[in-house]
Design a binder for this molecule. Structure first.
Ligand SMILES: Cc1ncc(COP(=O)(O)O)c(C=O)c1O
Length: 396
């Protein structure tokens, strides 16, 4: 598109190439593994640049490209996106793109669990990399942890476990003058509300299973970075590690992106209402939501994000498992389940999986307690959500 358009318009129209599809207002799904060629010279030319023209869906698929262009536009005009089969597919491809044996990684300790396990268990124990986990609330945490072998700094801000933030611009500025690559899991804020690449970060990773998908009907991931780096990843990590997104999933993401701006505004509005209700409730010890002025890093949150989404946690004012279960089991509108970022409100108690997977001291060190409830505030009516929570708190 030639004119400079705003993001809602780009999410509707960018990359759709309607002229090639008989004016179809929704692009067709290229549900095919391979693409055929006229003759020897035609396929020979395609192999000159395997990222330019579709040859095989593991490399390029036109349906996937539509969604990739829109997601890249969310981050800014100068970036490119690579969709993957899951958020973990994006994280593992991006990490493998950066690190080599013998390298050192500095990561926030509250990184999404499987991402933490990827670097701590898989890369450290199986492949001999060194890892240092830091709190990350101060940029100096990273500066103090790096060694001459550090090749990667991994952030997740806000963290989806305890909602702590890193000062993204400061960490990126420190790494800029070095050979360290910075990466952020930007799933919570989405590239709409947090322009991490503009703040100097090298690579953004996302679980597109959350807000980018938004309907709880797909599992997918996204990597956003410079055009050059994404081109390299297509012929390396996409081709070799193979976490390829299915064309139908990409098509569903294109569907979802058209309403992203409106959905996030509504998630934010509902989340503020729910967070304020919980904060004022006597049976709630504390609420962790970066949008509340009581959040210890609220000023930083306002500085580096232009909006807030719908995931938060709160701690019930009890340590009695029976009371905690009564609350949990009394909810009717909030559904019990993992994941977040969809249309439906969800509740999950991190203790359920953490206590099975982690030794008790690590659980404590992460700052999570038995009464912590993580909720994803969906797109239902806010009165119904507040009434549901209120009724369950009374049942406690
Ligand atoms: C913050 C965060 N990053 C990454 C992931 C992984 O994404 P996926 O489940 O799409 O592999 C998740 C999934 O819950 C997540 O919450």
């Amino acid at each position: 598109m030639k004119k400079k358009l705003n993001i809602e318009t780009l999410l509707s129209h960018l990359g759709e190439d309607r002229e090639s599809h008989q004016g179809a207002v929704v692009p067709p799904i290229y549900q095919n593994s391979l693409f055929t060629f006229e003759d020897w010279d035609d396929i020979d030319a395609a192999f000159d640049d395997r990222t330019a023209r579709p040859i095989y869906t593991r490399l390029i698929n036109p349906t996937t490209q539509v969604a990739e262009r829109k997601i890249a536009a969310l981050a800014g005009p100068d970036y490119a996106c690579r969709l993957t089969a899951s958020g973990m597919g994006a994280i593992s491809a991006a990490v493998m793109h950066v690190v080599s044996p013998g390298d050192h990684i500095v990561a926030v300790k509250n990184l999404y669990g499987p991402a933490n396990n990827l670097i701590n268990r898989y890369l450290k124990e199986k492949m001999g990399l060194e890892v240092t986990f830091v709190s990350g609330e101060q940029a100096s945490d990273f500066k103090e942890a790096v060694t001459e072998r550090t090749s990667l700094i991994m952030m997740e801000s806000p963290s989806s476990a305890v909602f702590s933030l890193q000062n993204i611009a400061e960490v990126a500025a420190f790494a800029k003058g070095t050979s360290i690559t910075t990466m952020i899991d930007n799933t919570w804020a989405t590239p709409l509300y947090q322009k991490a690449l503009d703040m100097g970060v090298d690579i953004e990773v996302h679980s597109a299973s959350k807000y980018l998908g938004g309907h709880s009907d797909i599992v997918a991931g996204a990597i956003i970075s410079s055009e050059e780096r994404i081109q390299e990843m297509i012929v390396n990590e996409s081709e070799l590690l193979g976490a390829t997104i299915a064309p139908h999933t990409s098509w569903l993401i294109t569907r979802s992106l058209r309403s992203l701006v409106m959905r996030l505004e509504y998630h934010q509005k509902n989340a503020m209402r729910v967070a304020s209700f919980l904060e004022a409730h006597p049976k709630v010890r504390r609420v962790r939501y970066p949008g509340l002025t009581s959040h210890p890093q609220h000023d930083l949150a306002r500085q580096q994000m232009s909006g807030f989404t719908g995931l938060m946690s709160f701690e019930l004012a009890t340590d009695e498992l029976d009371d905690i279960k009564s609350f949990f089991n009394s909810l009717e509108v909030f559904q019990i389940g993992v994941s977040w970022g969809g249309h439906e409100s969800l509740i999950y108690a991190p203790a359920i999986s953490y206590l099975k997977e982690l030794p008790p001291e690590r659980f404590k060190d992460l700052g999570i307690s038995l009464g912590d409830m993580r909720i994803s505030v969906g797109l239902e009516n806010a009165d119904d959500l507040v009434a549901d929570l209120s009724h369950a708190l009374q049942a406690m």
